[in-house]
Design a binder for this molecule. Structure first.
Ligand code: KG4
Ligand code: ZN
Length: 317
């Protein structure tokens, strides 16, 4: 079964053709990121206008690359929520019109769940077994799920305030770094010492929930109290901040596995691209005998392949 996936929830306009929920035949991702950079965050009006401009091109491109015609598509899958409403509207309207025109079914689905599904698109991941814990760490969300099957996904932990990716973006802005902050911070701290400054991240939050706004404020005051901020100071702050965020993500993911007697953890979302986090996840796997999966970097951030993949599974169900 060939599924066309459409993703327009934030700044990426993406289309993909995926076969039987596992094999990516073709994918195109274009982003309006360059137009938002000077504002330090995504401007919804700019994002939605770019989606409207690009959506036909990316769809054409993936059909061409797959060597198929639109009538060969068996199912259209689209991100329904969450996201910027004006951006979602472009993708949903396009997908609905397309499905109607070619008389093929349409399935709309949750973007956060699709981030977890991105793991199933990696060839080496054919051995993933249910149930598992899903950790989604993106610009808008930080969530832990207990996943029994594709239809039984239960939220067991979430953030009370900022998302983990949002914290990266805000701390990067405080340090005068570019948007998106996660990439900028990771590049700045590569290979440096990780805990010169003691920042704590949501230590007061019990159980499986998170809080990331306190650490952002702590960084802000730390910077304000410094009379002169050198390049080395910036590196120390960024590295210590990153380590504190990674600490809490690892700690709560392990707790979620232990509390639910689950031995498998799937991680997804933009922050899952972070190299230090990936290193620490390998350590968790070795120390605690938990099988950890995360997608290749391209499938961590927003993409239509994960939408097509999950769409296939939901449709089959
Ligand atoms: O999943 P995503 O592409 O979009 C949303 O659904 O939000 O995630 C974007 C977020 C941004 O906040 C960005 O700063 C963060 O993911 N991010 C990273 C890295 N790459 C992207 N955070 C930490 N390290 C990275 N390498
Ligand atoms: Zn996302």
């Amino acid at each position: 079964m060939l599924v066309l996936g459409i993703e327009t929830s934030c700044d990426e306009t993406s289309a993909a053709v995926v076969q039987d929920g596992r094999r990516i035949i073709s994918q195109a991702i274009t982003s309006s990121l360059g137009f938002h950079k000077k504002y330090g965050g995504v401007i919804p009006e700019i994002a939605s206008r770019m989606h409207a401009e690009k959506i036909c091109f990316v769809t054409d491109a993936v059909l061409k690359e797959a060597g198929i015609k639109i009538k060969d598509i068996d199912l259209v899958a689209v991100t329904k929520e969450p996201g910027l409403i004006s951006s979602l509207l472009v993708g949903i309207s396009f997908a609905r019109a397309l499905s109607f025109t070619i008389a093929k079914p349409l399935i709309d689905l949750d973007h956060i769940e699709a981030h977890i599904y991105a793991n199933f698109l990696e060839k080496d991941h054919s051995k993933i077994r249910f149930p598992f814990i899903g950790l989604v760490i993106s610009g808008g969300h930080t969530c832990l799920f207990l996943v029994k099957n594709f239809k039984d996904i239960k939220l067991i932990g979430t953030t009370f305030d900022d998302a983990s990716g949002e914290a990266f973006d805000k701390v990067a802005k405080i340090l005068g770094l570019a948007y998106p902050g996660g990439v900028a911070i990771e590049n700045l701290v590569k290979g440096r010492s990780f805990n010169r400054i003691k920042f704590s991240c949501g230590k007061e939050v019990e159980g499986l929930d998170f809080s990331f706004s306190g650490i952002k404020t702590a960084v802000l005051y730390y910077v304000k109290n410094k009379k002169v901020l050198t390049h080395k100071d910036k590196i120390d702050i960024a590295a210590s901040f990153q380590e504190a965020v990674v600490d809490v993500l690892i700690e709560k993911s392990y707790l979620a596995c232990r509390n639910n007697r689950v031995k498998t953890l799937l991680v997804g979302g933009g922050v899952a691209a972070n190299a230090r986090l990936r290193e620490r996840l390998f350590e968790l796997e070795a120390d605690k005998a938990i099988k950890v999966y995360f997608p290749p970097k391209l499938l961590c951030t927003d993409n239509a392949a994960m939408v097509a993949g999950l769409g296939y599974q939901l449709y089959k169900n």
